[in-house]
Design a protein around this ligand. Structure first.
Ligand SMILES: Nc1nc2c(c(=O)[nH]1)N[C@H]1C(S)=C(S)[C@@H](COP(=O)(O)OP(=O)(O)OC[C@H]3O[C@@H](n4cnc5c(=O)[nH]c(N)nc54)[C@H](O)[C@@H]3O)O[C@H]1N2
Ligand SMILES: Nc1nc2c(c(=O)[nH]1)N[C@H]1C(S)=C(S)[C@@H](COP(=O)(O)OP(=O)(O)OC[C@H]3O[C@@H](n4cnc5c(=O)[nH]c(N)nc54)[C@H](O)[C@@H]3O)O[C@H]1N2
Ligand SMILES: [Mo]
Length: 555
């Protein structure tokens, strides 16, 4: 689950895991540690490479497990993906390898895009990215010769101040190669949290109603006002989580209702977050465990976990899946939707005259999550045909599901993009907000390990996982370790401009020299003590993947 206020990297896979695994001639995985962080799909990719000879290009600053069976590993310097992609597209264009028919028929904005890409000759790109020339040529050639190729990415692409531009560059690449709207191709962000896709689909974003119906469009406002029997819904875009926390300081935010989110651990610059959580007038926290954030809460609302409730989860390929309660909720906990329903009813009771009680969907009187789905279907074109009865019959529905007889949509953008023609964007390389310098000579990259989940509230309670991985470990290259006189028993202090952590080390070739890799699974040494709250201007996602730090031996 993810908190409804934050959802990183919106979008959804254009294709399905099955068609990609079965039909792609090549996979381009950029900024996703797929085997560790998306192990089901990671296994499907591994099998496709092993058993049917699909090619795999991995672009990742670290030597992740995928690189062990990759055809080619492009080990770029963190934060240089735009330069890398422009360089590859430069080679493709120079050789005339682009899909000319697709570009002519399905796209616009090509000329301006081409001019920009022409400013990224391979030798310049090799210099910016650190990827050797011959690997750039090899990669471009594999991409041109393997049709269809599917592109997959995750947080290595989005968690940068250039997150949105990085994604647009990947869309450029796939349009250039004509890999959009075809089985085995597509642009495929791998969504991280269980049901983060569903949370976004249902409007857990500041700018949309359910089904990505933009709040700024008056017709949408009127439709939902009529359905919910209420006047005065706003047409302004709201705030993201990363704007709400600074909003506490400016007086824009007085109270927080936090559900299934642990910002004290997972947001950038923890000292600043703690300061703000202390300042805010009121915090209600809906959780399944007393998390690090619970220390700042005035009220704790005990939610029930996934195994204790009925409902649906929507996964990264837009597939709506029925979830069934395995055990009754423990203790006083209740399903999240029941807590929200009862709270909403009490709020409505404070001012009943505000509502038109004849409206079709007023009153929050749901008795079962299937009734929530029925309302969603009535108001949301992409879910219009989704019904519990269909899911229970075993139908494998992927949205858009246009009506009760529509079979769903395994592949998006077939024949046409939602907006008509696909738009090429002219995109230039931009350096990360913080680069290494004399005082902070290392780049810290952050992320996850196989054995733990984010703040670790769930996984640090699992005996078997803690047996395998029981403390925070900073990954450091053997060359750097030798220079700093570190061995496996050493501890280091890692310092950034925001703070410092002390941690044990894992000396490993997985990270290149000059990089340390840390995670945020353990509160005693969380990566976010060091990260900074610089955001992508559009998506407002923090640059978690590049922080300048100093590493010192302490013992
Ligand atoms: N076991 C486990 N699985 C998880 C999670 C978990 O906590 N634990 N979390 C889930 C969630 S919510 C998410 S969002 C996903 C995240 O899934 P991923 O995004 O696959 O995982 P990350 O660890 O964030 O890192 C992605 C990769 O980006 C690389 N990278 C770093 N900097 C750059 C860069 O500048 N460019 C490029 N191209 N790559 C870069 C890293 O080396 C890493 O291999 O995982 C999900 N799955
Ligand atoms: N440095 C750094 N920071 C990062 C990232 C990174 O790569 N690097 N990644 C970012 C990303 S992609 C993400 S998604 C966030 C994740 O950050 P969070 O969403 O804050 O972390 P989680 O630990 O997944 O979930 C928060 C809480 O949800 C609770 N929970 C689980 N199931 C339920 C439920 O059914 N109901 C209720 N009410 N609560 C439940 C858990 O107990 C947990 O404490 O972290 C972000 N922060
Ligand atoms: Mo995530």
């Amino acid at each position: 689950m993810t908190g409804l206020v934050a959802s990183y990297g919106s979008g959804a896979m254009s294709n399905s895991m099955d068609d990609i695994a079965q039909l792609a001639e090549a996979f381009f995985v950029i900024g996703s540690n797929t085997t560790e962080q998306h192990p089901v799909f990671g296994t499907m990719l591994r099998r496709a490479v092993r058993f049917r000879g699909a090619k795999l290009i991995v672009a990742d600053p670290r030597r992740i497990d995928l690189t062990e069976f990759a055809t080619l590993h492009l080990q770029q310097r963190p934060g240089t993906d735009i330069a890398l992609l422009n360089g590859l597209m430069h080679i493709i264009l120079q050789n005339g390898w682009e899909d000319k028919a697709f570009v002519a028929k399905r796209t616009e904005g090509f000329e301006e895009f081409r001019e920009t890409v022409m400013r990224y000759p391979p030798d310049k790109v090799a210099e910016i990215t650190g990827v050797p020339l011959e690997k750039l040529y090899q990669a471009a050639e594999i991409m041109a010769q393997s049709k269809p190729m599917a592109v997959m990415w995750a947080m290595g692409i989005t968690q940068h101040i250039t997150g949105v531009r990085n994604v647009m560059s990947l869309a450029n690449l796939q349009m250039l190669l004509g890999n959009v709207g075809v089985p085995g191709g597509g642009v495929n962000p791998l969504r991280g949290q269980n049901n983060v896709q569903g949370a976004c689909d249902l409007g857990g974003l500041p700018n949309v109603y359910p089904g990505y119906q933009n709040v700024t469009i008056p017709a949408h406002k009127e439709k939902f006002e009529a359905a919910w029997g209420v006047k005065g819904l706003k047409t302004e875009v709201g705030m993201t989580l990363t704007e709400m926390v600074p909003g506490i300081e400016t007086g824009a935010i007085h109270a927080l209702y936090i559900m299934a989110e642990d910002p004290a651990v997972s947001d950038p610059d923890s000292a600043h977050i703690r300061h703000n959580l202390q300042q805010v007038d009121f915090v209600a926290l809906q959780e399944i465990f007393p998390s690090e954030t619970a220390a700042f809460a005035d009220v704790l609302l005990p939610g029930a976990s996934f195994a204790e409730k009925d409902g649906t989860f929507t996964n990264t390929e837009r597939r709506i899946q029925r979830v069934r309660r395995a055990i009754p909720p423990l203790g006083e906990s209740r399903p999240d939707w029941v807590i929200i329903r009862d709270l909403a009813r009490r709020l409505m009771a404070l001012d009943p005259a505000r509502f038109d009680w004849q409206a079709p969907h007023v009153g929050w009187d749901y008795k079962h999550p299937s009734e929530v789905m029925d309302e969603l279907a009535a108001l949301t074109p992409i879910y219009a045909g989704v019904r519990y009865e269909r899911l229970e019959k075993g139908e494998r529905l992927q949205w858009p599901v246009k009506d009760e007889t529509h079979p769903g949509t395994p592949i998006l953008h077939v024949g046409q993009f939602t907006r008509g023609k696909g738009r090429f964007h002219a995109i230039d390389h931009l350096e990360p907000a913080e680069g290494p310098d004399e005082a902070y000579p290392f780049i810290m990259s952050t992320g996850r390990v196989l054995y733990h989940w984010h703040g670790g509230e769930m996984t640090r309670r699992a005996e078997g996982l803690v047996k395998v991985y029981d403390e925070p470990l900073a990954e450091i290259n053997p060359d750097d370790a030798a220079r700093l006189h570190l061995d496996e028993a050493s501890r280091v202090r890692i310092t950034s401009r925001r703070g410092a952590i002390e941690t044990a080390v894992l000396i490993t070739e997985r990270v290149p020299p000059g990089m340390v890799y840390t995670n945020f699974h353990f509160p005693q040494a969380g990566a976010n003590e060091l990260t900074q709250a610089v955001l992508d201007p559009q998506a407002k996602i923090p640059e978690y993947k590049v922080t300048a730090v100093r590493v010192e031996k302490v013992a």
